[in-house]
Design a protein around this ligand. Structure first.
Ligand SMILES: NC(=O)c1ccc[n+]([C@@H]2O[C@H](COP(=O)([O-])OP(=O)(O)OC[C@H]3O[C@@H](n4cnc5c(N)ncnc54)[C@H](O)[C@@H]3O)[C@@H](O)[C@H]2O)c1
Length: 273
């Protein structure tokens, strides 16, 4: 085992928010992971040239085997400070089961696996979405969302989403928030914390793809945003850095909405997005 302490592990590390999160932790040892080894290598090379202490390994977060390899890789490098889980897909993926599996089931798998590495003051930061805040509480689907690996979970949630992958994304991201509440006691016993961040529209490859599909929706969202702009990946990364720091030591089992204020306006105006 090497001497590295305070490891920051970032899933989706080759993506827009993932890379920005990496840059927010300069000076701390980083482990980047993403779906393809090629993207991981590209990101590690880029960040190394910028002076970051970074290494990486590919991991398909839907594969238990890949997650086991990631856990071994991390544990050989040192002690876990934070897992920042940004890997995900949007509703532009027109396969409801794939959206549910990547965005929610894989989140559950990762949180369970990383529990073994958690120590006092470790933190898990999950990425939800402002869209999760449009899904109201409901006993039947919430029970399914909070147990995404349950055999009937996907079928139960599917009954509520009208065969719409954007809607499935919103439900899966509600599930991410429910997972933070579900795990807070268990992590708390170790002195560790678990939180989620709900971004609004953040200008990354994911959002730009969604914008191509729904340009009028994106324009409406910008108009309804009190701060009159879309978010930048750094807007999320700065919050992640705060949540991983000692300044956030009493924050767990909650969601931080980072959306320029837009979702409250949209709900108040009763607009469907
Ligand atoms: N960008 C936005 O406007 C926005 C808004 C709300 C929430 N979010 C959430 O923030 C997170 C990051 O989004 P982003 O905008 O940086 O997206 P992005 O597409 O730039 O990055 C996502 C990364 O996840 C990786 N990934 C996808 N499936 C994977 C898998 N099976 N295994 C491993 N890696 C996988 C992709 O390769 C990609 O690098 C996502 O969870 C997203 O849902 C983004």
């Amino acid at each position: 085992m090497s001497n590295l302490k305070n490891l920051i592990v970032i899933t989706g590390g080759a993506g827009g928010i993932g890379q920005a999160c990496a840059r927010a932790f300069k000076g701390q040892p980083l482990i980047i992971t993403d779906y393809s080894q090629e993207k991981v290598d590209e990101t590690v090379n880029l960040l190394s040239k910028e002076g970051f202490d970074v290494s990486g390994i590919s991991c398909d977060i839907t594969s238990k085997k890949d997650i086991d390899s990631l856990i071994n890789y991390v544990s050989e490098k040192g002690a876990l400070k934070a897992l920042i889980h940004t890997a995900g897909v949007s509703g532009t993926v027109k396969d409801l089961k794939r959206v549910y599996t990547i965005d929610l089931v894989a989140t559950d798998l990762l949180v369970d696996a990383f529990y073994e590495l958690a120590e006092k003051d470790s933190v898990v930061i999950l990425l939800s979405s402002m869209m999760a805040h449009t899904v109201p509480p409901n006993k039947e689907y919430d029970d399914a969302l909070i147990n995404p690996q349950g055999p009937e979970s996907f079928d139960i949630v599917s009954r509520y989403v009208n065969n719409d992958s954007d809607m499935m994304y919103n439900f899966a991201k509600r599930g991410v928030q429910l997972l933070t509440h579900k795990n807070a006691d268990r992590w708390g016993k170790k002195g560790a914390r678990i939180v989620s961040i709900s971004p609004g529209v953040i200008e990354t490859p994911m959002a730009l793809k969604a914008a191509e599909e729904h340009p009028e929706k994106m324009e409406m969202i910008k108009r309804a945003t009190p701060l009159k702009r879309n978010g930048q990946p750094e807007d999320i990364a700065d919050v992640a850095r705060f949540l991983a720091s000692d300044a956030a030591r009493f924050i767990t089992s909650t969601d931080i909405l980072v959306d320029g204020g837009v979702i409250q306006n949209i709900k108040r105006m009763g607009q469907k997005i």
